[in-house]
Design a protein around this ligand. Structure first.
Ligand SMILES: Nc1ncnc2c1ncn2[C@@H]1O[C@H](COP(=O)(O)OP(=O)(O)OP(=O)(O)O)[C@@H](O)[C@H]1O
Ligand SMILES: [Zn+2]
Length: 617
């Protein structure tokens, strides 16, 4: 094919881009500059101050506005004659169904969570549209090409749970969806001892958590509710460390999301400036309470005023210091000399307050005391450092402050609190987004997209961007893998389930298997032609009552009994995914090793990754 034909293929292509964050901004610019003419963008988020350091299509004045729309407008300014359609929406919304996907020649993903990535993967398979997937975490990144029947799908390999937390943005609301490595993160602890199979596994998983995990989950999707809560807490730590700590003890003049919690950014910002300033001779207790009331009370009140934002989320509860500690701090905590020595590095709020065990989880009152006491100690004993401090996980007072602040925020959002020991581990394992990695990955996405449009199948590559100076390797291209023949998403191979059909209920099956492992949002379960369970807003009342009653029944006592040999069909109409599960009755399960009381075969749980940043050798 000559150059002119290639250009025509690019110009005629209709492209769907999902995610207009770190990777998405780079990608949209590169697509436009590469002569693509018809691009749709889906992104559900609004712009935050913390996006501005790398999402270069956005400016301070755009904070609070739709990423998809602002990205479109920014690119149209230098490429006015192309078509860019912006959808400020969740890619999981039902309007983006299989027919919607079918209008495109290719889908390019710059998402940051496993849940949305899985969903897009499933829709691309159903519509038979090629998908180019991507993710970055710090200096790591990857681009993979997925084409039904020819290469593995995004879910052919299990995704590991990363133990580092790529974080780029800390949104004003802790959200699990933030944690899977998009332009904010692949889920990868760095591959110091790189081996292909491992890197492949790790990278594909990650390409997870935006802050990677993140072990992320959609959180209805989360692997487990516990993991979901953990990820939310990671968000609180990032907020406490990167926003609050650095605002108070680092560069005073920095603009960050603490100043812009509402759409009414201007007034919020003005208010914030007054609050963060320590007025000369002001009592430190008074100052600490002012900060406390601003960030845990006022800012949350402002955020709550935006009703739209809370439609599908639990509303947080504003917290004011006088409600938690009505008495004067000085009477409660004692004075600065308690527990403090002349050595600034040994100053400790825990010491002052007599809290000894770092593994204890402090209650809200204790966290409030630590917050105020730590702030008091910084101003009383380490004043010279204020303005230049950066968070260091070996700085005891800094860790105490961040733990307390994260816990108070977590309490407002109904997220379980964590000990100082746990908080320290999390704070020390966060990987920040790197704009250059996003740019490299976006370029690679476009290169693969062009190959796909030219049907240049033999040239497809999955490319890993690695930090591996000793091997002088930055980009590592490998040929795509073939589809996994037993992948329950892209193959028709049935799964099989060992379960005690006389003891496990339909609810157990739905929660542990259908939602917990197969990650279906709106499942429909059939035994032959008998419908056992279905979810939906439009169900008739008596049907909904029947399904609710079925949930309580053990499998063998359902209206159409499920016993050994039964084949159940499980479908999610929104994901266009259907799979069969062969049921095998098993009497006993080991409580410790098989806590679900059922075992699914044909589905593989990814191994957890190491706690440090190296791969298992
Ligand atoms: N289900 C979804 N529907 C639409 N857009 C989504 C969905 N899930 C994630 N996204 C978008 O994917 C983008 C991922 O970009 P990126 O990883 O840079 O995250 P970010 O939120 O911009 O920054 P941070 O790294 O701080 O989280 C975000 O803009 C996010 O809104
Ligand atoms: Zn697959």
């Amino acid at each position: 094919m000559d150059a002119e034909q290639q250009l025509q293929a690019i110009k005629q292509a209709k492209v769907l881009m999902v995610g207009a964050g770190g990777i998405g901004c780079e990608l949209l610019k590169t697509l436009a500059l590469s002569s693509f003419q018809d691009i749709h963008i889906i992104d559900m988020d609004t712009i935050e101050v913390s996006n501005l350091n790398r999402q270069f299509l956005f400016r301070q004045s755009h904070v609070g506005q739709s990423k998809a729309k602002v990205a479109r407008d920014a690119v149209l300014r230098f490429k006015p004659h192309i078509n860019i359609t912006a959808h400020h929406a969740n890619v999981k919304d039902p309007e983006f169904n299989v027919d919607f996907y079918k209008q495109f020649n290719i889908v390019l993903s710059g998402l940051d969570n496993l849940d949305a990535r899985r969903h897009v993967n499933r829709l691309c398979l159903a519509a038979d549209i090629p998908l180019v997937e991507s993710g970055t975490t710090g200096f790591l990144g990857q681009v993979t090409v997925h084409m039904k029947g020819k290469t593995e799908c995004y879910e052919c390999q299990p995704k590991p749970t990363p133990k580092t937390y790529p974080v780029c943005t800390i949104t004003s609301t802790p959200s699990k969806d933030q944690f899977e490595g998009g332009g904010g993160g692949v889920s990868l602890p760095l591959a110091r001892n790189f081996s292909l199979p491992l890197a492949r596994n790790l990278l594909t998983g990650t390409i997870s958590l935006s802050c990677l995990v993140h072990p992320c989950l959609s959180f209805s999707h989360l692997c487990t509710p516990v993991l979901g809560c953990f990820i939310l807490f990671v968000h609180c730590i990032v907020w406490a460390k990167d926003l609050l700590f650095s605002k108070l003890f680092g560069d005073k003049d920095q603009e960050n999301d603490l100043n812009v919690c509402s759409n009414n950014a201007t007034s919020s910002s003005e208010h914030a400036e007054d609050v963060f300033k320590h007025i000369l001779d002001e009592d430190i207790e008074q100052y600490g309470r002012r900060i406390y009331d601003h960030v845990f009370g006022y800012n949350i009140e402002v955020a709550l005023a935006n009703e739209e934002a809370w439609k599908n989320r639990n509303r947080p509860k504003p917290t004011y210091s006088s409600d938690i500690l009505p008495d004067k701090l000085i009477q409660q905590i004692g004075n600065l000399d308690n527990g403090a020595t002349d050595d600034p590095s040994s100053v400790s709020a825990m010491g002052s307050l007599g809290l000894k065990n770092p593994r204890d989880i402090w209650n809200l009152e204790e966290n409030t005391r630590i917050f105020l006491e730590a702030l008091k100690l910084f101003f009383g004993k380490r004043e010279k450092e204020i303005g230049n401090l950066t968070f260091d996980k070996d700085d005891q007072l800094a860790v105490e402050f961040v733990t307390a602040a994260a816990n108070i925020r977590a309490a407002s959002f109904g997220i379980p609190l964590h000990s100082l020991f746990e908080a320290k581990g999390i704070a020390g394992n966060i990987v920040h987004a790197v704009a250059t990695t996003n740019a490299i990955i976006a370029g690679l996405i476009v290169i693969e997209a062009i190959k796909v449009l030219l049907c240049d199948t033999n040239s497809y590559r999955m490319t890993y961007c690695l930090q591996h100076p000793s091997r002088k390797m930055l980009l590592m291209p490998v040929e795509p893998f073939e589809p996994n023949k037993s992948c329950y998403v892209c193959s028709e191979t049935p799964l099989s389930l060992q379960v005690n059909t006389h003891r496990s209920t339909l609810r157990d099956f739905v929660e542990k298997i259908v939602k917990g492992k197969l990650r279906m949002d709106f499942p429909l379960i059939m035994h032959g032609s008998a419908l056992l369970y279905e979810v939906g807003d439009d169900l008739e009342e008596d049907m909904a009552a029947n399904y609710a009653a079925n949930l309580h029944k053990v499998l063998s006592e359902l209206p159409s009994p499920v016993t050994s040999g039964t084949v159940l069909t499980v479908e999610d109409l929104q994901q266009e995914l259907s799979c069969n599960i062969n049921i095998k009755h098993r009497e006993e399960f080991d409580e410790e090793n098989e806590p679900d009381g059922m075992l699914l075969f044909g589905w593989t749980q990814a191994p957890p990754m190491n706690m440090d940043n190296s791969l298992p050798v």
